[in-house]
Write a new protein. Structure first.
Length: 343
């Protein structure tokens, strides 16, 4: 399908769902990031009807290959819509095409927002004070997401697998199965999974977690948050998984001393979260999820590298991502021995 043909197909689809006589779509360029999905900047003009007007938007579709843990587009759209309804700062979800019949792949369209997402660029753009303020804001934002609970969630999230107090045991079994599917043994990760189970705290709260809440998955402009992105891994979990993931060393982009996402102090991040929950942060629980975060990131990195190595999707970016697992091994060997049995 040529670009012109694709533009017309998307325009016709949008005209239909927007109850308009006509729509026009201009595909501008592919956006950076999105190793598992493809993101395209588009401009949309809707001639009439209840949604008439001009939209600066992003079309998000499946990539050529992916990994099993990532939700398909229709389910990610439902997650973003739920977050948007809960007041989380996310791009406004606009239209969903779940079948793949329009362009050959399922996609959804959301509003385009301004800002920087790429981790190292974002870190370079922030002064210390701005980083602290952004860390605090992000803590407050993820607290809004965590207000969504299994008993109060919209029906559109019924597809999410239920989890309970055996969350960590199930997670460990899933990780071992994922490692078994890889072509090379990973002894450090096998050891780390055992330690994850041995040191696990009791799980008494389940909430909707982003499960990839980190620098690189939000956008900021002039130090101000403009959007939280990428809900493709979201699901029910211990809400502290998000806090630990955000603070994990592997997501500080070299700014190791800034323990909250490489942008600020964990105290600022905790303060934002506490302001949103009305409860103090349990640091021991954050430290647990922070220490085990590299297990999951290493497995995802290895799966990304295998997409390249298997020939499914030859890509230098994917090949290099696979090497990030070595950094995770280092972090696990350095941090897990420091942990004590959780409360």
């Amino acid at each position: 399908m040529t670009l012109a043909t694709q533009s017309q197909a998307v325009a016709d689809f949008i005209a239909g769902v927007a109850q308009a006589s006509r729509a026009a779509v201009t595909i501008l360029h592919r956006l950076g990031g999105g190793a598992i999905q493809e993101n395209w900047a588009i401009d949309v003009e809707i001639a009439d009807g209840p949604q008439a007007g001009r939209y600066e938007a992003v079309l998000r579709s499946d990539a050529v290959s992916g990994i099993a843990e990532s939700w398909p587009r229709a389910k990610e759209y439902a997650l973003i819509a739920a977050a948007h309804a809960a007041g989380v700062t996310v791009p406004e979800p606009l239209w969903l095409e779940p079948s793949g019949a329009v362009t050959g792949r399922p996609f959804y369209v959301m509003r385009r927002v301004k800002g920087i997402a790429q981790g190292r660029r974002l870190l370079r753009s922030l002064e210390d004070e701005a980083g602290e303020a952004l860390a605090q804001r992000l803590g407050a934002e993820v607290a809004k997401l965590h207000r969504i609970r299994p008993t109060t969630a919209p029906d559109t999230l019924a597809f999410l697998p239920k989890v309970a107090s055996d969350l960590i045991a199930r997670r460990a079994a899933h990780y071992r199965k994922s490692l078994d599917a890889l072509p090379e043994p990973q002894p450090v990760l096998e050891w780390a999974i055992n330690r994850m189970e041995d040191l696990a705290p009791p799980i008494d709260t389940i909430a909707l977690a982003h499960r990839d809440f980190r620098t690189g998955n939000y956008m900021a402009e002039n130090g101000e948050l403009t959007a939280i992105l990428d809900f493709e891994f979201s699901g029910w979990s211990d809400p502290y998984e998000d806090l630990g993931w955000f603070c994990a060393r592997c997501w500080r982009f070299g700014a190791v001393e800034r323990e909250a996402g490489g942008i600020g102090t964990r105290e600022a991040f905790y303060a934002g979260y506490a302001s949103g929950t009305g409860q103090p942060v349990d640091e021991a629980r954050v430290r647990y999820w922070e220490a085990v975060a590299p297990i999951r990131w290493a497995i995802i990195a290895l799966q990304q590298g295998e997409r390249h190595a298997s020939g499914q999707e030859p890509s230098l970016d994917l090949a290099l991502t696979g090497l990030r697992a070595i950094e995770c091994d280092y972090d696990l060997l350095a941090e897990l021995p420091k942990l004590k049995k959780g409360r």
